[in-house]
Structures are given as structure tokens and as C-alpha cells.
Design a protein around this ligand. Structure first.
Ligand code: PMP
Length: 283
């Protein structure tokens, strides 16, 4: 079955989903994106993703005329046409096609939306846990904007893969910022959960927002502050969150086991809590 993609205002077969080489997304990484997960054919945290998309667009001053309702229709139509029950929907808005120039002109934005079928729940790493290596955070200073400038995160991921690990945690001034494409957490010996506070240094993860909300409702204490690599290595547990991962335990950092080197109970509890709550709200 050939995949249907939404491109340039139309649903087209993958082979016809093409964008000009002059698109500013291609030439300048002048584009923002969202990835929404799908369980049982329903969109998870869709409204939160659209709210973050609007914020990213505003931060780069990109005027985008398509409404959230229209975007929801496009997402649903793609899920239907591509028969996706579990997986991801990727959405990208770039500034559009313009003569190459550092000055941004007011052109028509390019919207691309496609689906990826994925066994998100069957990901075996959720049972065995992630092994992490730490690398310097060499990204730009506006990591709060979800732009397609993903070269360094991709390089960091490759450093991890070449080292036989699953992902990289990025480190700045001795403190963990976040994972290559996820938010990072530790569970202190006291049981408190620590995750870096929001700022320009990290992306405000949608899964982070939802997990923290559900955890607080369940009476679990969360402390939002930066933590060091040494603190992480001495923590009772560690874990990461992202739309494509939900909550995934971290069992090793730079070769040192975290806790007893096995996925911890707090990470497991938060994963169960998140999956239960996000499914209730899915549509
Ligand atoms: N941080 C970074 C740098 C990311 O790329 C991502 C995933 N896109 C996240 C955090 C997690 O965000 P979300 O929970 O919205 O997937």
C-alpha cells in the first residue's frame, strides 16, 4: 500500500509529495514541526501539540493560516487513508519557497504532514531500559522552539549508537539539559522526581507537561531544577519522556548502572499512569 502524504494542500501518493529546493525549510532549516503519537487510531495530546506549534510559529514570526480544526481533519484523514492504528503523525510548517536570501520574505508557508506506522507500545527498550552516554550540548540557544535544525541531535544519537548505547543526554556547564530527542529525569533517593526547569535551554516536551500534571495529581513530588551527571549516576532511578517513547526507563549512564541497573518502579508507575490518562483523553 503506498502511503498518502499531505503536501502543498493536497493528499497525494508519497512519490508525488515533493517540495521545491528553494523552500526555506530545505535551505535555512526555517521550519518548525510537531510529532503526535497515535494509539488505537486516536491522537494523543493533540491539543497540547497544536498549542506548542502555535508558540513555535510565533517565536519565528511565521504567519500560518491553517486552523487547528483543519489540522485535526488532515491528521484524521491521513490516519484513515494509511490505516494507522499505532504510530506517529509528523507535521512540518516551513516559511515557504522564496529566492535564497537571509532576509525573510512573506511567502506562502509549506505544510507537510505524514504518518509513520510504529509499534510504540511494543518497544522492547521500555522493558529493558535505555543505556545513555553523555555528550556536550552544542545546539543553538533557542531549544525551546521546535525547529527542524536536528543535525546536532542526530550526531549525538549517532555517537550513542556507535558507543553501543541507546541515546545521548546533552550536558551544558555540568548539568544535563535533555536527551537528543526527549526530556530527562532522575528519581532521587528520597523518591522526589527531578527534571530540568523550562527555559530556552530545553524543549518544553508535551509528554513532560502531561506526565508532570498526572504525577502531581497523583501526589508525586516533582522538583523542576537542573541536575548534574554525577547526581544522575547516584540517583535511585532515571528515565526519559517523548511522544514516541511515552516514559522510558534509563538503566545506565556512561557505563555506570543507575540504581540496581534495572528499570525502576517510579518510571514504571509513571509510564502506566501516563498511558492510562493520555488514552482517556485521546480523540
Ligand atoms: N526534547 C527534545 C530536544 C525533543 O526533540 C523532544 C521530542 N521532539 C522532546 C524533548 C520531547 O518532546 P515531546 O514530549 O513533545 O515529544
Amino acid at each position: 500500500m503506498t502511503r498518502t502524504i499531505f503536501c502543498n494542500g493536497k493528499f497525494v501518493p508519497e512519490s508525488e509529495a515533493v517540495v521545491s529546493v528553494l523552500d526555506r525549510g530545505f535551505l535555512f532549516a526555517d521550519a518548525v514541526y510537531e510529532v503526535t503519537s497515535v494509539l488505537e487510531g486516536k491522537l494523543i495530546d493533540f491539543n497540547r501539540h497544536m498549542a506548542r506549534l502555535r508558540r513555535s510559529l510565533a517565536e519565528i514570526e511565521l504567519t500560518f493560516p491553517v486552523s487547528d480544526e483543519q489540522l485535526l481533519d488532515i491528521h484524521r484523514e491521513l490516519l484513515k487513508r494509511n490505516e494507522v492504528r499505532q504510530g506517529l503523525v509528523y507535521l512540518q510548517v516551513s516559511r515557504g519557497v522564496a529566492e535564497r536570501d537571509f532576509v525573510m520574505s512573506n511567502v506562502e508557508p509549506t505544510l507537510v504532514v505524514f504518518t509513520q506506522k510504529k509499534d510504540l507500545l511494543g518497544n522492547s527498550k521500555n522493558a529493558s531500559g535505555y543505556r545513555i552516554v553523555t555528550v556536550p550540548d552544542l545546539r543553538w540557544g533557542r531549544r525551546d522552539i521546535k525547529t527542524v535544525q536536528l543535525l546536532y541531535p542526530s550526531m549525538a544519537k549517532m555517537i550513542a549508537v556507535k558507543a553501543g548505547a541507546d541515546d545521548a543526554w546533552l550536558v551544558e556547564d555540568g548539568f544535563v539539559t535533555e536527551g537528543s530527542s526527549n526530556n530527562a529525569y532522575i528519581v532521587e533517593q528520597s523518591g522526589d522526581i527531578v527534571t530540568r526547569n523550562l527555559s530556552n535551554s530545553i524543549l518544553a516536551g508535551i509528554t513532560r507537561q502531561a506526565v508532570l500534571e498526572y504525577a502531581k495529581e497523583a501526589g508525586i513530588k516533582i522538583v523542576e531544577r537542573p541536575f548534574t551527571v554525577a547526581e544522575a549516576k547516584n540517583a535511585a532511578e532515571a528515565f526519559a519522556t517523548a511522544a514516541s517513547l511515552f516514559v522510558v526507563p534509563v538503566v545506565e549512564i556512561d557505563g555506570d548502572p543507575i540504581g540496581n541497573g534495572k528499570p525502576g518502579p517510579v518510571a514504571q508507575r509513571l509510564r502506566d499512569l501516563y498511558l492510562e490518562e493520555c488514552r482517556k483523553r485521546a480523540f
